[in-house]
Every structure is written in structure tokens, then in C-alpha cells.
Design a protein around this ligand. Sequence first.
Ligand code: TPP
Ligand code: MG
Length: 563
Amino acid sequence: MLGHNRKMSGAECLADMLKGYGVTHVFHVPAVLRKTFAVMESRTSIKRLHVHGEKAAAYMADGYARASGKPGICMAQVIGALNLAAGLRDAWLAHSPVIAMTGGREPKTKFRKVYQEIDDMPAFEPVTKFNATVDDVARFPDMVRQAFRVATSGTPGPVHLQFRGNEGQVDLEEAEMEPLTEERFARVPPFRPVPDSASVNAALKLLQDADRPVIVAGGGVRCSGAAAELVALAEALQIPVATSLNGKDSIPANHPLSIGVVGTYSRESANRVVNRADLICFIGSETGGMTTHFWAVPKIGTPTIQIDIDAEAIGRNYPFEAAINGDAKVTLAEMLKHADRGSAARRKAWVAEAQAICKEWTAKYQGALTSDAVPMRPERLCGELSKHMPDDAIVVVDTGHAGMWMGGMFDLTSPRQSYMRSAGHLGWAFPAGLGAKCAAPERPVVTFTGDAGFWYHIAEVETAVRWKINAVTVVNNNGGGNQSKRGFDRVYGGQQTEGGRSLWTFNKMNFARLAEDMGAFGIRVEKPSELAGALAQALKADRPVVIDVVTDIDALAPLAVTS
Ligand SMILES: Cc1ncc(C[n+]2csc(CCOP(=O)(O)OP(=O)(O)O)c2C)c(N)n1
Ligand SMILES: [Mg+2]
């Protein structure tokens, strides 16, 4: 098609293209694209991780993508396709560039009740930006290129390609093809659209004239790699910075302008400061329910500025006074270039007020963060992790209480640390942490999950051992899914029966022992004083490690404040 075609099989073409895009790992449950996997062995050095479930494969690919910015690849045959689709749900919510490849229907036999076959395509529709079938082998090059193009462009997100044949046997066929790849779309962002100067000036003027502004940095800042520019602009204009849960690593918690994660799974100081602001500047944020505590923080009507690469996101939930359509990194650099640093003085009192609110938070929770109680308080667990996390760690966090504890209580202390969180799916973090470690083997990966979250994909401990994925997983083991406690207390009229507790508790389990049985290194922590040593031991173990921390089943994370 592009002038250098040669006769090759679909399998050879796909293997060469994945190599061309710099893919290092593929996460799959067999059997799909068998020939492709076979030729990958001789044509590439791509690791082909055979895992225990399609959902875990998707989460691993997602963790890989969020840690590296490169599309994560996961695959399943037709019978596993919807398990894979279920795993794309978090990537969709988090705008993570995951490419899912599945086997699909054969035109010669469809509608004849073929074994294991249904029409899977509609199920991928709500969780993908591009959902397409590859029916003719000659289409491999253009469809794979389109998959990478769509996954990485604009607001990134998942893509699905369904290959003809329940196992994608179309890869056995040959055609005249060229396995051309486009370097630009091998990672996010492929383009950095430059904003127009009029909108930059208008937004800057509003910020400079504001007495009590706050910046809310979202996942778009991390996706754009714009943390340094964000912090520089905040410093130049002296503006406090809150982040969404997804944007938590945009500014370290020990920065004097950092006020914490705002919204539902948040830190009280962030919500209090945001609700005292006279102007909010959202950068790379969907302004969704989690970040705004269902549009109560900030309240609708607070003047806003919105900066986003996706014009359709601008003004969706908050009417704006100024808006900029562009890449976060170039936009912030542009704003910094024109910033009037002299205007910072007018915000001295505001910054002092924000810092006082942050100090009040620290004073309120200091006792819990350093508590010696046994069973351990989760706040202490977060406090220890803040203190002892390596300064280049990738921290991967599950949802529910894990998201609340770590979002609100854990401090990033270095701009080199990364933070990735489940966008809502319990059980995401453990496999995502393994994927992140595959993408960045030279960095420490520390995953934080509850026990209910860990149970989901515990079989992948064996995968980690088999593939030497030396991530450290910290299990906040309280013997139940106790985020659910509050809700059941409510429906039981305040006092749960034993039957009520059976709805969210589990048998006690020693995950360290289970991990050891699967060949990993297991460390059981029962006292707060043991945690720092366990983490240090885990980080130098050079093996997959599960740190099983026994915590208080009655500890409930504080709820979001709105004033
Ligand atoms: C896929 C999915 N199903 C259900 C939920 C609802 N949910 C949120 S937290 C939670 C329990 C969490 O338990 P655990 O991981 O042990 O953490 P804990 O609350 O005990 O600290 C549940 C069931 C969810 N977020 N995702
Ligand atoms: Mg639990």
C-alpha cells in the first residue's frame, strides 16, 4: 500500500508492528492469535505473559500503559472477550491507552450456534474509543496503526480490534503488506496542540487578578507530563494547588502550595480551601463527580477557568469565565512565559490561609498517622508508607477505602514518584501494579490494596513469580470489605446483626503464607513498628513480595467535607 509491500502472514505483520511500536509485553489468556505469538518469539523480544484471567490481563496492560505512557496490549480468544472488555472499564474511566485484541466471528459460520460464540462487539462499545473488526488479513497494517493512533490521541483511551476466527486465525493468512509503524503514536501524547494566545492571556489575567484562586490539576496533567510546568506556574503566581485522585502525582504533598486531593476520596484541607476560593482553574480534569464531590466542591457558580486538550470537556459541569484548548504542558509553559510575577503579592494572605488549613489537617490526624494501636490503624500504615516510600517509586492504589486512605492520608514526597489509582474497580491495583513493574522494571513499584481487592486476582501472584515481576504489594488486611460497613450499618438501623456483617466480612487469612505457597516472598506485619523494616526488606528482595498488614476492621476512612 505504501510502496514497499511484501508477501507476509498476518502473524508476521502483527509481530513486526508491535515490535515497531516499542511494545515490550503482551498480557493474554490463550488461545488467541497463536501464530502471532509463535512468530513473536523469533522476530521480537516481546514478553508474552500468559496470565490467569482476561480481566487481570487488561488491568496489567492498563498499569503498563499508565506507568509508561505507551499503549498496553492485552489479548483473549472469543470466549474470554467479555472478561477482557470488563477489564477495559477502568482504563476507559481513567483515559488509559490500552489496546485489546480478541478472536471473533467467522463469516462462514456465524449465526449457526458455533461453540463459545456470541456477538462480542457491542460489549466493547461503551469502553473503547475505537471498536473494530479485522476481517481481511490485508487490513492488519492500517487497522493496527489506527488502533495505536486512536489509543494515544487527544484524550487517550482503550481500543478494541477483533480478529476474524475464534482465535483470530486470520493471522495465518498471507497478503502483500508493509508492517509500517508511526513512532509518533507509540506513546502519549502524540501531539501537543499549542493554545491560541488570546485565550492564554484571558486566563492569565483572571488568575492574576484573583485574590483566592486554586488550581485543580487532573489526570490530563500527568498524561501530558506537565507536573514541572504546573508547579512552576503555581509558584510564580502563588496559587494553591489541589489535585484530583488521578492527578495526585502532579505536585508532591510536601510542596508549600500543595493542599491535597480534592473531591470525594480526598483530604479535608483540599475541600476546605477549594470551597473558600473565588476562582478555580481546572487543568486536564473532567470535573467529574469524584473530583468535585458530585459538584459540591467547588460549588456550581464558583467562577472557573478550564484548560483541556479536549474542547468537548470544557464547560461540561462548570460555567467558565475563561477556557484554553491545548496540551497542558505547552499551555502551562506558555502561561509561565507571560505570567506577571508581581501579582503574586496580592495572594499572600490567601496562601497563608490555605497553609493554615493544611496545618489544621495535620494536627487533626497526627495522632492517627502515628498511632501505635494494635491491630494497626490504616492511617498509620499510610503514614509509614509516606515516610519510607523510595523517591522514585510508582505507587499503585486500589479503590474503596484504599483510595480514600491513600488519596487522603498518603504523602508523595518527591516529584520523581508516580501515583496511579483505580478509577473505581475493586481489584484493579494488584494486577495493574504488576503491569507497571513490567513497564518500569528499574523503578520500585509499591501497590496498596485492601484484602477484598487483593482476593480478586490473587492467582496472579503465581504470574508474578513465573515472570519475575518484582513488585511489592501491601495488603491492608482487615478481614473484610469494610468500606461497605457504613452502608450496612445504615440499612440495619445502626446496629448490624451477625447476618449483616456476613455481607461484607471474610474468613481471616494470612496472605503472606498464601504468597509464600505460590513462590513469592510473604511478610506478615502485625505491629506498626514492624512496617518500616518489612518495606525495606521487600524493596531489596528482588522477588515479588506480599506484605500482609493486619489492620483494624472497625477503622473507617473519614468522609469528604463540603465546608
Ligand atoms: C468491581 C467492584 N465491585 C464492587 C465495588 C464496591 N466496593 C468498593 S470498596 C469495597 C470493599 C473493599 O474492601 P477491601 O478491599 O478489603 O478494603 P477495605 O474497605 O476493607 O479497607 C467494595 C465491595 C467496587 N468498587 N468495584
Ligand atoms: Mg478489607
